[in-house]
Every structure is written in structure tokens, then in C-alpha cells.
Design a binder for this molecule. Structure first.
Ligand code: P6P
Length: 344
């Protein structure tokens, strides 16, 4: 195992920028602003059990879900860290119905930031890992003016950076600019994210599947057959697979990225588009997984090829090892029950 270079994420970002001669350094400075926000959110998440920040904030977010105080805190921290750096023309958050404009007294930049400030928040009180997910695009509207909805509603193919932070037994930041996937572990004693997982590659095939089996009754019949297939015994294909599901996308996808296998949140007869959000959950995770040699689809096509129409639209997602994602796609395509999906 080659000795890991002692490298902070700031140094890694600068080194990455040098690979692009035309780089202005603006993206590097944007990422450094983001890193500050993650450090502060991590501090708050890790002490949440000690101060009165747990429990419901008493309000509901745009999706009618009870908002926990840490959700609000993380959203506000991201905004405060990112609104004045002069790198962004617009932002969008899971916690805000509409696009978020840069205050008029701050400089307008050429990038777009979409984020889920604290994903998996229903797990906060149970101290299960939660996370922040982010996605960065270049603006498509005219420079020098406030950003628009069009800047936010781009295909995932256009992402320039995607990443997540998982606040767990340690705080780990994973990101890609398309040139490899790299992980950094926060050393709280020095307040730095240190390179801990260089050039992550997902195994081509795994032996872990991750899905909420409580929804079995509502699934596509082809998906039911696939899960039963994974539970059969066959040493050659390493079946039965193990089942792991935390109910926190960032934790489940992070484990899938490192160990291989597949994470799924499918459409079902109750949720025709599944549950997870395209723009600030599925697209960034899909860019990361593809950059690590994996696959991410909605069951038929790549997540990053979906043409978005709404900031908060949902999509089914099957993400992980290429072999496993392609296998579940085949099980669903081979079932006559495609008409079942058409009836949704
Ligand atoms: P379910 C958390 O609320 C979340 O948005 C994702 O982090 C997670 O993967 C999913 O929902 C869990 O949903 O329906 O299994 O509880």
C-alpha cells in the first residue's frame, strides 16, 4: 500500500487546479469556502447531543417534513459561508422552495451551487451518520447578472464538482472534479481535512445490497425477483449478499463506494418517482460513483442524463458497482411488469 501523502484538502484543490492551465483559481476558492462550512457544521453535529439543538425546530420544510434544528443550522451555515465569496451567481437548497439569490451587495460569480445541507436528518437523534451533499455547475445564463432557474436546472453531465460530507464516527469529505474521487478525514485537533482515501475505485461487483425492504409490497415485480435472487445461495456469485441499510443516503452510498455492491431507492406503487431528489442528492452521488468506476441509473438510463424540469424533482436511483446496477436493470427490463411502471 503506497504511503499516503500528508495533504490537506486545500493543497489537494490547488494541485488539481494546476492540472488545468486556464484555471483562474475561482473554483479553488469556492471549494475552500465550502470546506469552512463543513468544518463548522461538523462541530455542531458532533456536539448536538450535548446542547439543546436536537429535536424539532417546530417548523416544516418545503416538503412538509418536520425540520430539526440541525437542518436549519446547516442550511444557514452553508448560505453564510457561500453568499459573499463572489464565486456564485445562484444557489439552491433542499430547505428552500425557490432558488436563492446572492445578496445584491455582493459580487456575482460564474458558478452555481446546489446542496442538501443535512441529509438523513431523521437519524439525528439516533446518532446515525448524516451528511451534506453538494453539486457545482458553471452558469449558463449571461455573466454579471443574477443567476436563474435555468442555471440550476442543468443535466448532471454538466457538473464540474460533486461531493458529500458524512458526519459519522469521523467526518469524511469525498469529492470529485471528474478526475478521480478522493476522500479526506477531518482531524479536529488541527481543524484540517487530511487526505485519507486517494483515488477511490469501487469494486466492479459487490456482495452487499442496500434498500428499504419495508417497501417490498410496493416494488416493481422485477425488483422483487432481483432481491430474491440476491438472497439465494451461490458461492460463485458470492450469494447470498449481505443487506445493509441505515436510512441515511450519504452513509449508505459512502459504504457502497468503499465496499462495492448496490444502493437502491426505487420507484414504487406509492411513490412513482421514488423519494430521493435528482438535483442535490442523486446527480452529485452519480457523478462521484461514475468517476470511481461505478454506475448510477434510474433503472433504465444514467441519472446524469436526466433532463431536469423542477428544482426538487425526485428520481428512482440504483447506484454502485457496475455489475450489480446492470443486473437489477436487466431483472426489471425482463419482467412483463414494465406495464406496471407505465400504469403509475
Ligand atoms: P426511507 C433520509 O430521510 C433520506 O432522504 C435519505 O437520506 C435516505 O436514503 C432515505 O431518505 C431513507 O428513506 O423511506 O427508507 O426512510
Amino acid at each position: 500500500m503506497p504511503k499516503m501523502r500528508f495533504m490537506t484538502i486545500e493543497r489537494h484543490i490547488i494541485e488539481g487546479e494546476k492540472k488545468h492551465p486556464g484555471a483562474t483559481g475561482e473554483l479553488s476558492r469556492l471549494l475552500s469556502d465550502l470546506v469552512l462550512a463543513f468544518k463548522v457544521i461538523s462541530l455542531e453535529v458532533n456536539k448536538a447531543g450535548l446542547v439543546d439543538i436536537l429535536g424539532f425546530a417546530g417548523s416544516e420544510n418545503v416538503h412538509g417534513e418536520q425540520v430539526k434544528k440541525l437542518d436549519v443550522y446547516a442550511h444557514e451555515m452553508m448560505f453564510k459561508a457561500m453568499d459573499h465569496g463572489g464565486h456564485l451567481c445562484i444557489m439552491a437548497s433542499e430547505e428552500e422552495e425557490d432558488i436563492i439569490h446572492i445578496p445584491s451587495n455582493y459580487e456575482i460569480g460564474k458558478y452555481v451551487l446546489l446542496f442538501d445541507p443535512l441529509d438523513g436528518s431523521s437519524n439525528i437523534d439516533a446518532n446515525v451518520s448524516i451528511g451534506t451533499i453538494f453539486s457545482i455547475y458553471k452558469r449558463v445564463s449571461e455573466d454579471g447578472h443574477p443567476g436563474t432557474q435555468e442555471d440550476c436546472l442543468q443535466q448532471g453531465l454538466n457538473q464540474v464538482v460533486a461531493g458529500y460530507v458524512v458526519y459519522g464516527s469521523s467526518t469524511i469529505l469525498v469529492y470529485t472534479t471528474g478526475d478521480g474521487v478522493h476522500g479526506f478525514t477531518l482531524d479536529p485537533s488541527i481543524g484540517e481535512f487530511i487526505l485519507s482515501h486517494e483515488d477511490i475505485r469501487i469494486p466492479k461487483k459487490g456482495k452487499i445490497y442496500s434498500i428499504n425492504e419495508g417497501n417490498y409490497k410496493y416494488w416493481h415485480p422485477g425488483l422483487k425477483k432481483y432481491i430474491k435472487h440476491l438472497q439465494e445461495e451461490d458461492a460463485e456469485s458470492q450469494r447470498p449478499y449481505s443487506s445493509r441499510y441505515t436510512g441515511s443516503m450519504v452513509a449508505d452510498v459512502h459504504r457502497t463506494l468503499l465496499y462495492g455492491g448496490i444502493f437502491m431507492y426505487p420507484a414504487d406503487s406509492r411513490s412513482p418517482k421514488g423519494k430521493l431528489r435528482l438535483m442535490y442528492e442523486c446527480n452529485p452521488m452519480a457523478m462521484i460513483m461514475e468517476a470511481a468506476g461505478g454506475r448510477a441509473s434510474d433503472g433504465t438510463k444514467r441519472i446524469v442524463e436526466i433532463e431536469p424540469t423542477n428544482l426538487h424533482e425526485r428520481t428512482p436511483i440504483f447506484i454502485g458497482s457496475e455489475y450489480d446496477v446492470k443486473q437489477v436493470e436487466e431483472f426489471m427490463a425482463n419482467e412483463e411488469s414494465l406495464s406496471w411502471i407505465d400504469k403509475l
